[in-house]
Ligand binder design. Sequence first.
Ligand SMILES: C[S@@+](CC[C@H](N)C(=O)[O-])C[C@H]1O[C@@H](n2cnc3c(N)ncnc32)[C@H](O)[C@@H]1O
Length: 219
Amino acid sequence: MQLDVFTQIPHAFAWMTEHPPVANVLGTELDLRLFNYRDSTPLRAGQIDDEPYGGGEGMVLRVDVVAAALEAVYGGVPAHRVVALTPSGRRLEQGLVEELAAEERLTILSSRFEGFDQRIVDHLATEAVSIGPYVLSGGELPAMVLLDAVVRKLPGALAEGSAERESFSEAFEGGVEHPHYTRPAEYRGWHVPDVLLSGDHARIEEWRREQSRVRSVTR
Ligand SMILES: C[S@@+](CC[C@H](N)C(=O)[O-])C[C@H]1O[C@@H](n2cnc3c(N)ncnc32)[C@H](O)[C@@H]1O
């Protein structure tokens, strides 16, 4: 997959490229490219945003700047999916993550300050996505969330089979996973459930399914 992120802070992504899951697939299943709007802005002195029409606080990312960035990289608006990250977008859920992970090419647009000129969302992006009903200061963290969630689905990103048995997967019928425990079996009087120490794999599986079911309906 070729995944392109347009950001004002490309170096913010550096740590991700050094750690799994991104590091596991970088250069093989994943071609990650980071672009700074400032490198292709047609405006002077690296300007990329401007005051909002109608007045108000904050600066707005300009449509001509984003169009120029897409032109520089793709020669125009690309034919593949372009996700604009904004709190007002479609809520990111596992189903959307899996859809996006199946794409061969994907572009993510992030903004800062007051956000995008709406024409970017309407005409340059194919969709707007939100990582949740709260406001962050910029699109870098949302882009990293989306990147991590998508990359986990690429072959080789995780240990064999581990993405198949996790929350929201088919293994748990779209629900959340059962709890996990490890050594010690007792700590400060807090005990690991007996069934997990029983060695009876059928009972353990049944207990896990029930825990997953209860947690999925009560969360
Ligand atoms: C301070 S926010 C803009 C908030 C916007 N004025 C509003 O009230 O909805 C700046 C940028 O951070 C990113 N951002 C912040 N929160 C986000 C979220 N929950 N989901 C996706 N992107 C977000 C977007 O790229 C957004 O344009």
